[in-house]
Design a protein around this ligand. Structure first.
Ligand SMILES: [Zn+2]
Length: 264
């Protein structure tokens, strides 16, 4: 499945590659320069097959965080294709050897694309997201999922809440490509928080139909997440009331939702 954001001068093609149990890696092409990248290669062979099918050679490997299911294929792909590896400078000690040590808050160039590197601690402390500003595409790794968010393995609930707020501030039409196909179980959990949210009810029906046909539910958009994702909606009075936490601090409400999901 290729998404071609052709309406923009900064067109970026994104090919979704299912890997491992439920991970997604992505092969991306900057149309203007032909620069090719692979996002979060948790294994090499499925991605090599996809690259062969598309007759593409990667120039870059882009890593969101250090977990093995996002980096395990990186060294082999870098070696066999001569690709360079990009990742967070702050987490360089836990990543394969970086050719581009990215500093969160700064911009990076991928072909003709300007990529905003967003610091998104919470799931891991060194997690970053890649925002392709012109193409309006976000690679969110294990920070923001469709109707969900990553578990807090290293960071605090406050850190994750602040990370999600940064992503929520991107243009609502931004396409979001995340690290896992967790959408069905996230949808079931979201319904326990906001059973009467009409946007959520519609979306649950849609993702059940997609998964019933074995199709991916990715990409989502920032706008859809703001309408349906209970984690990113923790500031909404409707969500606070549903949790019997009216008037509570946004981050505290987020922390409560995260705890419920962990125990679900
Ligand atoms: Zn992870």
């Amino acid at each position: 499945m290729t998404t071609h954001n052709a309406d923009s001068a900064a067109a970026l093609e994104v090919e979704l590659v299912p890997i491992l149990q439920d991970n997604y890696a992505y092969v991306i092409t900057d149309v203007e320069t032909g620069t090719v990248g692979v996002v979060d290669p948790g294994e090499a062979s499925a991605i090599e097959a996809a690259l062969r099918d598309m007759d593409l050679t990667p120039d870059w490997i882009l890593l969101t965080h250090h977990h093995h299911d996002h980096i395990n294929g990186a060294a082999r792909l870098a070696e066999s294709y001569g690709a360079k590896i990009a990742g967070a400078k702050a987490d360089a000690a836990r990543l394969p050897k970086l050719d581009a040590a990215l500093i969160a808050g700064e911009d990076w160039s991928f072909g003709a694309q300007i990529v905003e590197i967003i610091d998104t601690p919470g799931h891991t402390v060194g997690h970053i997201a890649y925002h392709f500003e012109g193409a309006k595409v976000l690679f969110s790794g294990d920070t923001l999922f469709a109707m969900g968010c990553g578990r807090l393995f290293e960071g605090t609930a406050l850190q994750m809440w602040q990370s999600l707020r940064k992503l929520a501030a991107l243009p609502p039409e931004t396409s979001v490509y995340c690290g896992h196909e967790y959408t069905l179980s996230n949808a079931a959990f979201a319904k326990t928080i906001e059973p009467n949210n009409p946007a959520l009810i519609d979306r649950v029906a849609e993702v059940e139909a997609l998964r019933g046909e074995g199709l991916p539910t990715i990409p989502t958009t920032i706008g859809r997440e703001l309408a349906t994702n209970p984690f990113i909606r923790a500031f909404e009075p409707a969500v606070k009331n549903a949790l019997n936490l009216p008037g509570a601090d946004d981050a505290a409400v987020f922390a409560q939702i995260r705890r419920r999901k962990d125990e679900a």
